[in-house]
Design a protein around this ligand. Sequence first.
Ligand code: ADP
Ligand code: ASP
Ligand code: MG
Length: 405
Amino acid sequence: MSLIVQKFGGSSVANAERVFNVANIITSKYKEGNDVVVVVSAQGDTTDDFIEKANEINPEPSKREMDVLLSAGEQISMSLLAMAIEKLGFPVVSLTGWQAGFRTSSVYGNARIKRIHCDRIRKELDKKNIVIVAGFQGLNRFDDITTLGRGGSDTSAVAIASAMHADLCQIYTDVEGVFTADPRKVKDARKLSEISYDEMLELATLGAQVLNNRSVEMAKKYNIELEVLSSLTKKPGTIVKEAAKMEKMLISGVAKDNNVARISIIGVPDRPGLAFKIFSKLAAKDVNVDIILQSIGRDGTKDISFTVIKDRAKDAVQMLKEYADVLGAADVVYDENVAKVSIVGAGMETHPGIAADMFEALYDAQINIQMIATSEIKISVLIDAKDADSAVSAIHNKFFSVVNE
Ligand code: ADP
Ligand code: ASP
Ligand code: MG
């Protein structure tokens, strides 16, 4: 007998038919004699709909109340799924995140799981119940409801798998696994049979939303092997693990992130200490900076540009404008019509020329690069948002129809 954790995303439980489909997947594992703990997301677009509803009432609700609202989505789906399993004649119990013992940090809307008290889940498994847990939610030290950030149910599932030493953690979604690019956007995208934690973490962080990046971070930390697969077909999915065989591919995937904005501080005096001042100010405001580009000083001044996530851009610009006089900068400007397109692959550590191939693909598609950032296993470029989809296709085509064949 094994302990299996299964997570089902929003589209997998979007309507009654899908809820029964998922109930059948769960009960077939249970019938084999396994203990089954299920983490479920809110149905379909429920979370987005709730955000819209809140907006109609108050465009700037407190984060606390927002979490009270958003956590309700997962409560709906957990109970409906439990009812479907009851209907199929199996013993089942649904638990909210707090009933299941999830304790989190205090940050509403983006809380981190601190620990899980698993006794209730264990008790229910001992009673031979299938346990359905609402994903994406917990309680903080004030006993307030928190949510884990968009896509957070993946992390709930990995956290349970780790806390309970599960034998298997399956992430069921609406595609057949992790692909070399978003299969909904790139028709030649290929399914990967395996991918390493490090590469998956980069892809997830750079915009491949098939797995939440924190869930991958946690899976790596606790060495939990993940299987990403479709709830709608019975095909084998993708295994995410430490030493993945990468089918001799130089890069494992292309990802796109539209949730970025570029900020430029123009005419900063060309002397030591300015970058320090700017970025420590931003850090003090909790603004995470990504790609940074500084021009060579000319006529005693230079420009510093960097990217931040879109919803922090206005705050950051306002703060920097107020600070511009102190810095001696001429202006602060920002652009939200940008996108970050990245390639990820452990192969690039040992193969020269990958960056050149990526830039050639962009050149052939006549796409201008605004900024570039690299690490051992990734290269990102910042481009105009309107070019993002064609950039992904051009780059994907370059690597997956030429280099890898
Ligand atoms: P769920 O509701 O199951 O959590 P998500 O919508 O969060 O599902 O994630 C699945 C989606 O991720 C897919 O429908 C697909 O469009 C998108 N996606 C983006 N990049 C990739 C990729 N490299 N491989 C697979 N899916 C990807
Ligand atoms: N329902 C939440 C969201 O839409 C959490 C999740 O689906 O993982 O982001
Ligand atoms: Mg998701």
